[in-house]
Ligand binder design. Structure first.
Ligand code: HSE
Length: 427
């Protein structure tokens, strides 16, 4: 069989990992699949990086678009971002080359157009590395679970925030301190916004939701809230008093016939398996109607795990498996996406209130008027003159009503700070 020729555009952490994997495990891969994978080119602005990986000069380019003139069967886009990367993917697809990408931001926002373009040109766009790094979660949805109606997807899809939350939980430190430590260790970017404000996880759950629920989901369809206003106090109270662990959970599920897609700090039972996913690890729980619950766990980022996922796509293509996204995605969209106001959830509420008789009753009166039922309530500490945390968990309530009640409660003269609110998922 002729070798399968692959060009790599972008030779950063993941690109280098792909080159190394294809070289180190070349004979193993050939033995397994009965076909050789050949590197047709590697392109990067910094050609020195490419040279250091042992790629010959005639296969080295300083521009991915120029490299497309080289003979190849597939192009791997590892440039990142949504401008140059998009142009490169479009151009490669138009030239009838398969494309492999790890670019979740691009897929979440422009996936629909790119998959249509791939289809028009009779080639495939593969994206295993876009979610969960080395965990084969895309393959699980696309292949292993393909016969199931998916009921829900719950993911810890961002290693940076999971590391920060783990540190805050285990050491009782605040967000800023944990973030600095994550940056020192190289787990968080100098500008950590994309990770800590939940956008990276939002891109990933948008991609998973499109596969799982036969409806294109874009980042703008995802309700997103990050972890930067979480305090060690809430993490401690959640655990000590209510038995919950806080995770930045990406959730996608059908409720009342509508799709809810959301990413936010979520309190989950401490004995649930997702609660023990710590540090930079990712995990994804997918529930299908026939299979029940399935769980995927592993490293969600880094040179080697991400390269492992990229190479699995290259091998799929070399074997002639070009199935990429479900057919139904090319038809009309049916499933409606819920507005955040409509979410129904249990809530954790922490009021900062003056320590006076009657305060609980006044808060309770507002909650009752909005039909919000209190499950548990407690006060932490005693302050003759100052304020104390008064904490409650609720039975399931609509987010709209909870928001309105909190707005009213925060105007009471006994409340001294805006109330902290966190959704609870009993899983
Ligand atoms: N920044 C991501 C994370 C990895 O922290 O998980 C890349 O998707």
């Amino acid at each position: 069989m002729t070798p399968f020729r692959v060009g790599i555009a972008g030779c950063g952490t993941v690109g280098s990992g792909v080159v190394k994997l294809l070289k180190e495990n070349a004979s193993l891969i050939e033995k397994r699949i009965g076909r050789k994978i050949e590197i047709a080119f590697v392109a990067d602005r910094d050609t020195e990086k490419v040279r250091k990986l042992g790629i010959p000069a005639d296969k080295t380019y300083n521009d991915g678009l120029k490299a497309l003139s080289a003979e190849c069967d597939a192009v791997v886009e590892l440039i990142g971002g949504t401008t140059v990367a998009k142009r490169l993917i479009e151009e490669a697809l138009k030239r009838k080359k398969h494309v492999v990408t790890a670019n979740k931001a691009l897929l979440a926002d422009f996936g629909r157009d790119l998959f249509f373009l791939a289809r028009e040109n009779g080639v495939s766009l593969k994206f295993e590395a876009s979610v969960g790094g080395g965990i084969p979660v895309i393959k699980a949805l696309r292949e292993g679970l393909v016969g199931n109606r998916i009921k829900a997807v719950y993911g810890i899809l961002n290693g940076t925030t999971n590391y920060i939350l783990t540190e805050m939980t285990e050491k009782g430190i605040d967000f800023e301190t944990a973030l600095k430590e994550a940056q020192r260790l190289g787990y968080a970017e100098a500008d950590p916004t994309l990770d800590v404000e939940g956008f990276d996880a939002a891109h990933k759950i948008a991609v998973l939701s499109s596969l799982a629920f036969c409806r294109w989901v874009k980042t703008e369809n995802v309700y997103v809230k990050g972890i930067s206003d979480l305090t060690p106090l809430d993490i401690e109270i959640a655990k000590e008093e209510f038995g919950y662990v806080v995770k930045l959970l990406a959730i996608s599920k059908v409720t009342d016939g509508n799709l809810e897609v959301r990413v936010h700090p979520t309190m989950i039972p401490e004995d649930h398996i997702l609660a023990s996913v710590n540090g930079v690890f990712n995990a994804c729980l997918i529930e299908g109607d026939f299979v029940g619950e399935t769980l995927y766990y592993g490293k969600g980022a880094g040179e080697k795990p991400t390269a492992s996922a990229v190479v699995s796509d290259i091998i799929d293509l070399a074997l002639g498996n070009s199935y990429s996204v479900p057919e139904c995605l090319f038809k009309e969209e049916e499933l409606k996406i819920s507005e955040p106001d409509e979410f129904i959830s249990s809530f954790y509420l922490r009021f900062t209130a003056l320590d006076r008789p009657g305060v609980l009753a006044r808060i309770g009166e507002v909650l009752a008027r909005y039909n919000i039922s209190i499950r548990m309530a407690l006060q932490k500490g005693r302050q003759i003159k100052g304020a104390v945390p008064v904490v409650m968990t609720t039975h399931p309530a609509r987010k709209r009503e909870v928001q309105k009640a909190i707005e009213e409660i925060d105007k009471l003269d006994v409340i001294v700070k805006p109330t902290f609110v966190c959704m609870i998922e009993e899983l």
